[in-house]
Design a protein around this ligand. Structure first.
Ligand code: FE2
Length: 377
């Protein structure tokens, strides 16, 4: 299947990638109530309990629950007292993503390579050990108060990492087919997209693989611009959005307003069977953006033949798009907290490596209807 171009690209990656990444290790959320958040993600999304850290394990000021579904690991962390960075983060941003943790073979080298290229250190290489071995962690700051941790766990055979114990629970809802993080999108301030693109290029060795300008992403009312950054092997993709001028307030502005700054807008999660996954999520109370019937009237003229029946896709509100390599199915949840900030995308790729450009207009109009209902358009 692979063409000469992509094999030579791979060779290039192997020889020149100063920050080889094996994928997303976990996503950590700072939340107001981690116990309830963990219950919500287990119940609604089908995660399983994995590990726990808190006062019982020697962590005095915070509690973390680790939940997992296939290769998707979330950490939900809350502060036990005021006047600490977690409590301050939640007070300022509401519940949101603090850490996008990336799996590496050598966390010390990852920190050295990125900080010498201008990355601002968040955590110097630190060894955590227990009877199961050791994990090396290091980290750098990215947009807003978000950070990237580099996680080296090749010498660790424990469940998650030192400091955590197994979270035994007799409440184990069935999974919903969520597999791994496909991409994570950041919303940044006016005129900040290009500086952050430069950061991912220079500090982390990523490449800009796609660009959308305000002509691609605009409706009657608002607009945004986006550039997709990818690491060498394509396992880690970070699109970066900034608002653009429109008649009314852009959805990115609404986010920046309520999050009080830059941060993660959405986490896109892969599934192998989007109809099954979304049917299950809706049954468990997850709400998705409503797509008008008119979208489905001519969608197949645009995307051509697909394997799925259109009826269930329309019933669930799943969007379809095609690029040169295949097609994709995607759907967007409503915000997962009261502030109109973080949401999830569920995506099934059938060859397509793009991000659903053909759906942007329908999607943003749906977002604006919600924004308008909140009085923020
Ligand atoms: Fe996305």
């Amino acid at each position: 299947m692979e063409t000469t171009t992509s094999s030579s690209k791979k060779f290039d990656t192997v020889t020149n990638d100063f920050l080889p990444l094996q994928g997303t290790d976990y996503v950590e959320f700072y939340v107001g109530n981690a116990k309830q958040a963990a219950h919500f993600y287990k119940t609604a999304f089908g995660f399983q309990s994995l590990a726990y850290a808190g006062p019982e394990t020697g962590m005095k000021d915070k509690v973390s629950y680790v939940i997992r579904q296939h290769k998707l690991t979330f950490v939900l962390t809350t502060a036990l007292r005021k006047n600490n960075p977690i409590a301050d983060h939640v007070s300022k941003h509401g519940d949101g993503v603090k850490v996008l943790a990336l799996k590496v073979d050598d966390a010390t080298r990852a920190w050295e390579e990125t900080t010498k290229r201008g990355g601002k250190s968040y955590l110097e290489p630190t060894i955590l050990s227990d009877t199961d071995g050791e994990v090396v962690l290091s980290g750098i700051h990215t947009y807003g108060e978000t950070v990237h941790l580099f996680v080296e766990r090749k010498n660790y055979k424990g469940l998650f990492m030192p400091g955590f114990k197994k979270w035994e629970s007799n409440y184990n809802p069935t999974d919903t087919g969520l597999l791994y993080v496909d991409h994570c999108v950041g919303n940044v301030d006016w005129n900040q997209m290009n500086p952050w693109v430069k950061f991912y290029e220079e500090v982390m060795g990523f490449k800009n693989i796609l660009t959308f300008d305000d002509n691609d992403i605009s409706t009657e009312y608002s607009a945004l611009m986006s550039k997709v950054m990818s690491n060498g092997n394509g396992y880690v993709k970070f699109p970066i959005n900034e608002p653009a001028e429109g008649k009314k307030k852009s959805q990115v502005e609404e986010y920046l307003d309520f999050y009080n700054g830059e941060g993660v807008q959405h986490v896109a999660i892969a599934t192998n069977d989007i109809v099954k996954t979304v049917t299950e999520l809706q049954k468990r109370g997850i709400e998705f953006l409503n797509i008008p019937a008119s979208y489905y009237a001519n969608v197949l003229d645009r995307v051509g033949e697909i394997d799925e029946d259109l009826a269930p896709l329309q019933e669930l509100g799943i969007l379809i798009d095609r690029d040169e390599e295949g097609y994709l199915l995607q759907i967007f949840s409503k915000p997962l907290e009261d502030r109109p900030t973080l949401f999830f995308e569920i995506i099934q790729r059938k060859g397509a490596k793009s991000f659903g450009k053909g759906n942007f207009k329908a999607l943003f109009e749906a977002l604006e209807r919600e924004q308008d209902a909140r009085g923020n358009l």
